[in-house]
Design a protein around this ligand. Structure first.
Ligand SMILES: Nc1nc2c(c(=O)[nH]1)N=C([C@H](O)[C@H](O)COP(=O)(O)OP(=O)(O)OP(=O)(O)O)CN2
Length: 293
């Protein structure tokens, strides 16, 4: 007997990619279980699938930075000064990224590259250990949203969020709709999808000086004048990141989707003060904010 739950959840995360750098991503998760019927004549109660399997997936990868541990341009070091914190040093074709975060912000995956296949294997192994004996098989289908139009991938952190969105390197793949004087503008949507393609979005308020940043000795030896530095404290701990200027956009606000929609409107108004704009900014799949100006 097989049981399925489609659209069980969306995982929003970022990952280290040798060619693209740190990439924000959103994948929808469908689940298919194979098993015999239990004493309730069920393969597994939908409530268990929806709550427990979703919780396992969230705990494993959601709002984390996924690290392909077989990639030799990544190193992880335990912080000696901050218990429970780790440093990640990552060199990509786009430049070097250096981070400090509480360990829960990273998922270490034994693979050469993060892709749908490796994350599916990783999650399947973890979930199978939690399933009752009557459930013998598990098929996960991870898939990006089908998007007919412009989208971007960004990575960010929300220092004021009391949940996992406080993690300084989690991200999303998000649609963007822009209306100019009531008409959808594919041209403006393309401009923003290009501007925020594989971008790190930092808040100016989180900028920190070189003397105050906390990174590994390896990172400190490899920082260049091109790196910009950001840091904050949030309930899970201290977060630091160094990002090369070329793959960074610094906004004058926090990066909640409400404020990002407003940021885009303000930039558009600066360029064309006489025109009216509406920006529908998504954050991951099927949610977002609308700003007008
Ligand atoms: N009003 C807003 N709420 C939240 C924002 C925001 O910008 N505006 N942002 C976040 C985080 O960035 C987070 O990444 C959003 O992800 P989401 O999947 O919605 O978070 P949850 O884990 O709580 O939801 P699940 O569907 O259970 O994964 C949070 N809120």
């Amino acid at each position: 007997m097989q049981l399925f739950v489609n659209d069980l959840t969306v995982i929003d995360f970022s990952y280290c990619c040798a060619s693209r750098g740190i990439v924000g991503e959103s994948w929808i998760v469908d689940v298919l279980l194979d098993g015999s019927l239990n004493e309730m004549s069920m393969v597994l109660d939908f409530a268990v699938v929806k709550k427990q399997i979703k919780a396992i997936i969230d705990d494993a990868v959601d709002h984390k930075l996924l690290l392909p541990m077989q990639e030799n341009t990544i190193s992880v070091e335990v912080s000696e000064n901050r218990p429970g914190h780790e440093f990640v040093n990552f060199t990509s074709k786009q430049g070097g990224y250096y981070l400090q975060s509480p360990s829960c912000a990273f998922a270490k995956i034994d693979t050469k590259q993060i892709d749908i296949a490796s994350v599916t294997d990783y999650l399947t192994t973890i979930i199978l250990t939690h399933l009752p004996k009557n459930v013998q098989g598990l098929t996960l289908n991870l898939r990006p949203e089908v998007i007919d139009g412009a989208y971007y991938h960004y990575t960010h952190g929300l220092k004021l969020h009391d949940g996992n969105c406080q993690r300084i390197a989690h991200g999303h793949r998000s649609k963007i709709h822009i209306y100019k004087n009531g008409q959808r503008s594919a041209a403006l949507e393309d401009v923003w999808s290009l501007r925020w393609q594989d971008i790190y979005l930092a808040s100016e308020a989180d900028r920190i000086s070189l003397s105050d940043i906390e990174l590994s000795a390896t990172a400190m030896a490899n920082l260049t004048p091109d790196h910009q530095l950001f840091s904050y404290f949030a309930p899970q701990g201290r977060f630091d990141i160094a990002v090369p200027s070329t793959i960074l956009d610094v906004v004058d606000c926090d990066s909640t989707v409400e404020l990002l929609a407003d940021f885009i409107v303000r930039q558009l108004k600066k360029q064309s003060p006489l025109d009216e704009f509406k920006v529908v900014a998504f954050e991951g799949v099927a949610k977002g904010a609308i700003a007008n100006g």
